[in-house]
Design a protein around this ligand. Structure first.
Ligand code: FCB
Length: 452
């Protein structure tokens, strides 16, 4: 029997984000966000889905808190919707928005669940996008002000703060690939956005600490190792490029190394102006690194020699041909790459602590007789936690794990089609049904580990 045991003070949680679960997009003074807008652009979101209702978490808060407690969650990572707090992005503060998150935090604490607050999980107020969005430097200060407002209200009770969720997605999926809001497709824009997002993180850290003395403050990045089909020099160079684009572009400046020179050369004229002061601010010391990781990226040299990214991802069919099994997202399932990633980050960067702020998988779940027997998800979680333990043994300072996601929700460009939840949501009735994975996770938390 293979027994996996976690350190006694390991933190077990689950994660969500505001736009993906809350609904109630016009309730109590919330302003529109770029996702409200983007969902209305024909062809951008599968089936024309949007977050107007989502899981209706906003109106079902108490029941959802009880659900978390029934699973024995020790921590819950959620995000604050900026346009609930500042409907126009800056200026007038919406008391009802702050009151909602205060109720959420108090409800968690009353149930013994530690809140981990993310300030930006992609809900930029549309009013700021109208003034240039993250491409415009003014948005940096707007974020710092917003962070201070939320911290002033919750900083006496919230001791774990995450500035941004996944700057890579914000920058490159939103502004180079155009598949996320606001939907731009320009490398220079994406790099400018990345720089401003990172800068706003660094400047927000002291603004949060000022209101939450003793709190742990960090940022969450999405990371994944690169893999190729062979060890040929061309394939290895594609892996280097992928690693620069997906991982080092964010980790290097966050840990004081500036932007990686190989990628700066590759990006050429698309590079924004970067000052030493900016780089110093971005490298403001933090208390932990949040890592979201689902899969490695399998790549090959770019077909187009002029492609500044230097690689192309393998298609799902190509990955299957290489022997990978895939989730419903078409993402390869490679647990050992998750452990290797954590070990590598701990070795190469001066990270005081790591929280896995997201890990999980979408599968084509079926609700049969009121139950979802999602054994593939149980296996995915088991194998990734086992890999995490290998990284712990190798010295990676991993302090906790948040399953993505507490419940099925609005999966961005995929709408409601992809289900990542431990808890099934019937979107017609909004009924929540814990899947087999939720019950397995509850038992795993209770015994601080599991046997296979
Ligand atoms: C991450 C996001 C999260 C969710 C998962 C599947 O990139 O942070 O909101 O969509 O992927």
């Amino acid at each position: 029997m293979n027994s996996i045991d976690l350190p006694h003070d390991f933190v077990w949680g689950a994660a969500t984000s505001s736009y993906q679960i809350e609904g109630a997009v016009r309730a109590d003074g919330r302003g529109p966000s770029i996702w409200d807008t983007f969902c209305r652009v024909p062809g951008k979101v599968l089936h024309g889905d949007h977050g107007d209702v989502a899981c209706d978490h906003y109106h079902r808060l108490d029941d959802d808190l009880d659900l978390m407690a029934s699973l024995g969650l020790q921590a819950y990572r959620f995000s604050v919707a900026w346009p609930r707090i500042l409907p126009a992005g800056t200026g007038e503060v919406n008391e009802a928005g702050l009151a909602f998150y205060e109720r959420l935090v108090d409800g968690l604490l009353a149930r013994g669940i530690t809140p981990f607050v993310t300030l930006y999980h992609w809900e930029l107020p549309q009013a700021l996008q109208d003034r240039g969005g993250w491409e415009h430097r003014d948005t940096v200060q707007a974020f710092v002000d917003y962070a201070g407002i939320v911290a002033a209200r919750l900083g006496d009770r919230v001791h774990h703060w995450i500035t941004h969720n996944e700057p890579w997605v914000v920058s490159f999926l939103g502004n180079l690939e155009g598949v996320h809001a606001p939907g731009n497709t320009d490398l220079a824009t994406a790099l400018q956005v990345a720089h401003h997002v990172l800068l706003s993180h660094g400047l927000a850290v002291p603004a949060i600490r000022a209101h939450a003395p003793g709190a742990e403050v960090g940022i969450t990045v999405n990371l994944g190792l690169g893999r190729a089909r062979t060890d040929s020099p061309a394939d290895l160079d594609a892996v280097r490029s992928l690693d620069g684009y997906a991982n080092r572009w964010f980790l290097d400046p966050l840990y004081g190394n500036g932007y990686p020179a190989d990628m700066v050369a590759q990006f050429g004229d698309a590079m924004p102006v970067v000052t030493d002061d900016d780089l110093d601010a971005i490298a403001t010391p933090t208390d932990f690194l949040g890592i979201n990781s689902y899969n490695p990226s399998v790549v090959r040299p770019a077909d187009d020699p002029a492609n500044p990214l230097g690689f192309d991802p393998l298609t799902p069919d190509e990955m299957v041909a290489e022997g990978y099994s895939l989730t419903a997202m078409g993402w390869p399932i490679v647990p050992e790459a998750f452990g290797q990633l954590l070990t590598r980050v701990a070795r190469e960067y001066d990270v005081p602590a790591i929280y896995i702020t997201e890990n999980g998988a979408a599968f084509d779940d079926e609700l049969v007789d009121g139950a979802v027997d999602d054994q593939p998800r149980v296996r995915y979680l088991q194998d990734h936690l086992a890999a995490l333990c290998v990284a712990l043994d190798e010295g990676a300072p991993v302090r906790g794990y948040f399953a993505w996601s507490l419940m099925d929700n609005f999966e961005w460009a995929w709408g409601y089609e992809k289900r990542f939840g431990l808890v099934h949501v019937d979107y017609a009735t909004l009924t929540r049904t814990p899947k087999a994975s939720a019950l397995w996770y509850r038992d795993t938390i209770a015994r601080n580990g599991f046997s296979r």
